[in-house]
Each structure stands twice: as C-alpha cells, then as structure tokens.
Design a protein. Structure first.
Length: 332
C-alpha cells in the first residue's frame, strides 16, 4: 500500500459520510487555497452523467483561505457521494523549506475504493458531462489499455481568455493516439493534463514515486505506461486553469529555477528507471544548458552566458523556446 511509505505525524481526518463501499469510479480532487474555484470543480463532477456509482475523494490540504469550509459544506450536502479528507500541515513533504502536495495525492489515491480512478485538480473543472462515461466505456471495450486521457481547454485566468480543444488546435489536428514513451518529455507530455487522467485502479495502487518533490502527475503516467497501453482521445473534456503565479511560472526567479532544477533531477531518474531512449537524454542535456543560461544571466556572468548559448547552437538545440530564452538572457 502507498500509505505505508508515508510518514504520518498527525492522523488524517475523514469527514463523516455515507458513501457506498463499492463505487465503480473514484475521482480524486487535491485542493489547497482554491476558494475561488473549488465549488465549480466539485459541481462539475457531481454533474457527470454516468450509469455507474462514483465517489468523490477530496484531499483538502490544510488551506489558509476558505477552501476547507467550502469543502465541508459540500460534504454535508452530498454525504452519499463525497468523501472529504482533512489533511494537516504536519504531514506535508517539505521541498526546499516549502511544503508540497505529494502526501495529499498519495494518501487520497490510497484511500480510493473504485475499480477506476480519475483526477481533477481543485482549480480545474470538467466541462463535458460525459467525460467519465466516455473514458470508462473506452477501457471496458479495450482491455489492453489501462489508462485513458483526453484533450482539454486552457483558461488563462488573468487575461480571461481560453484556447478550447488545445491540442487539436495547435499546429495540426491531433487525432486519437496511443501515448508512447519515445520523445516523451519534449512532445508526448504536451497532450497530457492531470484533470483528464483516468486509470484502472490496479495501476495506481502499485505506484511508487521516484521523486517526492517533483512531477507527481508525470510520474503516474510513466508508471501507468509500464503496466499497459495509454490512449489519448481527441475530445475536449476538461478546463485547465493557468495562473500567473505558480511553482513553474512564479515571478520569483529563484522559485522558477528551483522548480526547474527539481524537474531536471526527476528527468534524470526517470530516464534511467524507465530506460527511455537517446532523444530523452538529448532533451535533458538541453534543459541543463537552459538552466545554466538562466543562472548565468541572472548572475550577470556574460562570458558564461555567451559560451552556453554557443554550446546550445553547436549541439543543434535550436527552437523558438531556446531562442526566446537566449534573447531574454542577453537583455539582462
């Protein structure tokens, strides 16, 4: 069991409920300081049209805003469908002095009782009421697959704009496809979002994270690919909110770099553990160079910035993103 690998300093409280013991699908919501979004998230799941029983698993991660009270209100209103887990900051896994949500994720997954497990982040929501039924039916009809994901809409919160059917509208029309591990970090990963994940429960019950401070959602997909085929369905089912301030997009340079470094460390372990191909090693080398350029630029080490930029060009790592980063570095 996953829970046996966690350090529990203070018991997690499961709020009173009357949820049936044998739901077909468990939906995991991880939430922290989402008071403006969590109600829409929960409502979008309650609104799902299915011919099977579900349980909604909310891991409330000791928020400092009104998120916990909102979750309790919903738990009282829907005791026959909603299981609420009240977490404590004493159990959080600490990353560079800051707590992360990995304990919440692993604990809540371990408590799921469904034959299938789906995810929806607390600041996202599902806009397709047939999402669960669609994914459930696909796995029933295609037993060689253990996981199914879908397309999604990107919602840019500050701008109030969105890109619907994101993957089907980027560069080319993307059709249903099997998710492979070749060229995974540079390309395959772009069609994946946590709030579209739908797994056979048996896959996640054996999940053992490679890194407790980075990329929990990506680790689940890599683990799942080891246990069966993954299908991406080109149908838009979920809305993914993009915030201006987040771990990966923080205005604070040191926070962005820390996130980037953790991700690099995770890629190193994942490439070895899953025996990923040379394209992944090349992509990892490129990311290390980009990390170095950002560090050198921020420290105003001009010569090092120039040398790293030349090295990137000589290695053939040119793309719009790398050129954008190099250009930004010299503006510093």
């Amino acid at each position: 069991m996953i829970i046996e690998k966690l350090t529990i300093n203070k018991p997690v409280i499961e709020y009173k409920n009357s949820v049936p013991l044998n739901p077909k699908v468990s939906i995991v919501i991880m939430t922290y300081n989402h008071e403006n979004y969590i109600a829409q998230c929960i409502e979008s799941i309650i609104s799902q049209a299915t011919n099977f029983d579900i349980e909604i698993m909310i891991g409330e991660d000791d928020s400092t805003d009104n998120t916990r009270n909102i979750c309790i209100d919903y738990a009282n209103k829907y005791p026959n469908i909603l299981r609420l887990f009240l977490h404590n900051k004493e159990n959080k896994i600490i990353d560079n002095g800051s707590p992360n949500g990995m304990f919440n994720q692993l604990y809540t997954v371990d408590m799921c009782r469904g034959e299938y497990i789906a995810f929806c982040e607390g600041d996202d929501f599902w806009h397709n009421t047939k999402k669960l039924q669609l994914q459930h039916d696909f796995l029933i009809e295609n037993p060689e697959f253990k996981t199914v994901t879908t397309d999604f809409t990107k919602l840019y919160v500050d701008q109030g704009t969105k890109k619907s059917a994101f993957n089907m509208n980027v560069k080319k029309q993307l059709e249903n496809k099997t998710v492979e591990l070749d060229n995974f970090f540079e390309h395959q990963i772009k069609i994946l979002r946590t709030s579209t994940y739908f797994f056979k429960s048996e896959v996640l019950k054996s999940f053992d994270p490679l890194n407790m401070v980075s990329a929990g959602d990506i680790q689940m997909i890599l683990h799942a690919r080891d246990h069966g085929k993954i299908m991406y369905l080109a149908v838009d089912t979920a809305t993914y909110r993009i915030m201006t301030e987040s771990a990966s997009k923080s205005k604070d340079f040191s926070k962005r770099q820390h996130f980037f470094l953790n991700y690099i460390k995770f890629m190193e372990v994942a490439i070895e553990h899953y025996n990923l191909d040379n394209k992944e090693r090349s992509y990892l080398k490129k990311q290390k160079m980009m990390y170095g350029i950002r560090e050198a630029s921020e420290s105003k080490k001009v010569i090092k910035t120039i040398l790293l930029s030349i090295e990137i060009v000589l290695n053939g790592y040119l793309s719009k993103n790398t050129l954008r980063n190099i250009k930004h570095s010299f503006r510093k």
